[in-house]
Design a binder for this molecule. Structure first.
Ligand code: ADP
Ligand code: MG
Length: 696
């Protein structure tokens, strides 16, 4: 049951409800913009075409878009294949050929019968001295003049939908856009000179010139602010709710903790020690913990998590450690189980792979409390996973999970404390949008003895040389990751590329070469990973499945093919798989020299020259633009439709303060403005946020 206000009903109908959208187009639209009418509204134009130039044909210039009224004079069919179908038109002052390649004559006869008047809009050209217009954008009868926009907004496209259709569908969506009660503070709105929501959404789709496309245009600013405000309200509501809930006091056991510390094969860094102290303090206090542990790849977050769970076990309560993938869950198990056993703690692991009796046995240990530490994947969310007494939840590499899932897991215990561990080096401007007000501990130093990674850019043409050179590394006992690129939207091609590379390298280095990809059975993946970790394989060829968290300190070489196709954050994560031991590591970024743009080269140079995740993410933001960065799967950041943090960075901070103030005055959003804000939350599909309100 959703309490979404009816005024929004039309916006949340399927795109199929728009005239002209059938099953095929609705699928394409869903992919391009989203499933509902409102998502069409969020699809903003990126360019404009000015169609106001209406010259008499005699005076018409070439190379520009024009709109002209003409009489159809004659159809001239092509004499042979490869020539265009021509339609001669005139306006009394001159003539114009409309030309169509691969056109159907009967269709054109229908559209442009000889003797009729038509208004035509498109790009004029001179060909052999004759004025012509190839494939006009608009052909309408004079009575339908209004269908041709003076200034036509141009939208991001996808194959299979014509531009005209997108335009038409968005117009259709605009007709559904209601007038909404204002949720902005009126003084603030006035100061910024922002239009109402309805006017803003209309304006952004009706740009009058290029300035109408600027992220700084008042209408765009307003919509971005709306989006940020919904985001910040959601996070603040979540935070308030968490604060209201009492935590529990988990005192820990100092002796047990001291033994755990001793059992570690290394001494903690200062940053790790400080983070562990923060966390223990949170656990001990009666407030509910809601903390973020942010540390670059290789900074040693796992050890911090482990010690925190030992603390919890000291008070007799259970901990859960959630990993985003099966491989990572198994790896955590592998590392932590022996350490825990040394001090008498029991670790179990539950993933989607566990079935039948084995699963039942694990569930039993979780339910009766004999499992002190429970490691798992999404499988931990299942309803029949019942904890004896879950006191503490750690979510590793959190960007793969949503806020909602975080809550779902913590609700499996009473007053559960939550620690989120992430390596995503989120640019500072974006931290607020992702984490809101969480307390933060940072691991800002790497374990001692690490050597800088020697990163080099190498042209793809030298791939054989590279394959040869890893031979020397292998002979010296080093281990090598070979990463094959992500082929966008085609897992199959990914796989083919990786398999081919695998066979190629196997020819050189024989049986001690392994292959790892996302389509393998989990057990097979583990087996390969374990062999590599144990040193039974020298080279591991893989797709990006190794991206997050995998830890094999003996691996010192990483080759990344088509590095230009990866995001910087992703390259940084990948490279973070090496340089984990005390040996010197090398990373070779292979790139396609011919196809690599200047920006792409700059991005690769950024990676070559820095190992600082924060610096890299900020450069990435600058070079790519946040829209792209936020939208991509790899970044793991929430996708904002209307906000581009490099332009709207200030809005984020304002929205953050605004949200706070609103909830201070009206914590359950019951005032008139509060009700309007509820609509805002629904508009941006923050339905879950409404649940955090007392009278939601
Ligand atoms: P991440 O923060 O990327 O999750 P991990 O927790 O996987 O990093 O740690 C990376 C590697 O560093 C592991 O092999 C771990 O055993 C090791 N490590 C962690 N802390 C220290 C330390 N204080 N001194 C030496 N090595 C450490
Ligand atoms: Mg990790």
């Amino acid at each position: 049951m959703s309490a979404r206000p009816h005024i929004l009903d039309n916006l949340f109908l399927s795109v199929k409800s728009i005239t002209g959208v059938g099953p095929r187009l609705s699928k394409l639209l869903e992919k391009l913009v989203g499933p509902c009418v409102v998502h069409l509204l969020w699809h903003l134009p990126v360019d404009v075409i000015d169609r106001r130039y209406c010259p008499p044909l005699r005076e018409a210039k070439g190379g520009v878009v024009a709109t002209v009224q003409v009489t159809v004079l004659e159809h001239i069919e092509p004499k042979r294949r490869g020539l265009p179908y021509r339609i001669k038109c005139g306006d009394g002052t001159g003539v114009l050929d409309l030309t169509f390649f691969n056109a159907r004559g009967d269709y054109l006869q229908n559209q442009l019968p000889v003797g009729t008047q038509r208004i035509i809009s498109g790009r004029l050209e001179f060909y052999n001295g004759y004025l012509q217009m190839p494939h006009p954008d608009f052909i309408v009868a004079p009575i339908d003049r209004g269908q041709i926009p003076d200034i036509e907004p141009i939208y991001p496209m996808t194959a299979g939908i014509t531009h005209k259709l997108i335009y038409k569908f968005i117009r259709g969506a605009l007709l559904r856009a209601p007038e909404l009660e204002e949720w902005l503070d009126s003084a603030h709105q006035k100061r910024e000179n922002w239009p109402s929501w309805h006017d803003a959404i209309t304006d952004v789709h009706t740009p009058q010139d290029e300035t109408g496309l600027s992220p700084l245009h008042p209408a765009r600013m307003r919509l971005a602010y709306d989006e940020m405000l919904a985001n910040q309200l959601t996070l603040s509501l979540l935070r308030l709710r968490q604060k209201k809930q009492k935590g529990r006091t988990i005192a820990g056991d100092d002796a047990l903790f001291a033994r755990a510390l001793e059992s570690l094969p290394f001494k903690l860094t200062n940053a790790q020690t400080a983070a562990v102290a923060d966390i223990r303090q949170d656990l001990q206090s009666g407030d509910r913990m809601h903390r973020l542990l942010q540390g670059d790849v290789g900074s040693g977050k796992t050890a911090v998590g482990f010690l925190s769970m030992v603390h919890a076990a000291g008070s007799g309560c259970q901990s859960a450690l959630m990993a985003p993938t099966e491989i990572l869950a198994r790896q955590h198990e592998h590392k932590l189980k022996p350490l825990a056993e040394k001090i008498g703690l029991n670790v179990v692991t539950l993933t989607g792979r566990d079935k039948g009796k084995a699963r039942a046995a694990i569930l039993a240990q979780i339910a009766d409390g004999s499992a002190h530490i429970v490691i798992g994947t999404h499988a931990l969310f299942q309803d029949d996973v019942i904890f004896h007494d879950l006191g503490f939840v750690i979510i590793d590499e959190q960007h793969r999970f949503g806020v909602h899932q975080r809550l779902q897991l913590s609700s499996k215990g009473a007053h559960t404390d939550v620690l989120v561990m992430t390596a995503t080096p989120i640019p500072r401007t974006l931290t607020l949008t992702v984490y809101g007000d969480m307390d933060v501990s940072r691991l800002n130093e790497k374990p001692a003895g690490r050597q800088p990674i020697d990163t080099r850019l190498v042209s793809n043409e030298r791939i054989d040389e590279v394959i040869g050179s890893i031979g020397r590394k292998i002979a010296a006992g080093e281990r090598v990751y070979w990463v094959c690129p992500l082929v966008e939207e085609s897992e199959k091609l990914d796989l083919a590329a990786a398999e081919e590379r695998f066979r190629h390298i196997q020819q050189h280095y024989g049986e001690r070469t392994g292959l790892l990809h996302g389509r393998m059975k989990p057990a097979d993946k583990d087996a390969v990973m374990e062999k590599f970790a144990a040193g039974d394989l020298d080279v591991l060829v893989s797709t990006t499945v190794i991206e997050v968290g995998v830890d094999v300190p003996e691996a010192t070489v990483m080759i990344i093919e088509h590095a230009e196709r990866f995001g910087l954050a992703q390259l940084h994560q990948l490279r973070g798989r090496i340089g984990r031991g005390s040996e010197k590591s090398t990373c070779l970024l292979l790139y396609n020299g011919n196809k690599c743009s200047e920006v792409a080269k700059q991005r690769l140079a950024t990676i070559r020259d820095s190992e600082d995740g924060f610096y890299i993410s900020e450069q990435d933001l600058k070079l790519r633009g946040a829209g792209e960065m936020l939208g991509t799967r790899q970044s793991g950041l929430p996708a904002f439709r209307l906000t581009s943090p490099e332009h709207h960075g200030d809005l984020i901070a304002t929205a953050h303060d605004d949200a706070r103030l609103i909830l201070e005055r009206d914590p359950d959003l019951l005032s008139a403005r509060g009700k309007a804000l509820r609509t805002l939350l629904y508009l941006f599909e923050r339905d879950t946020a409404i649940k955090y309100l007392r009278s939601g």
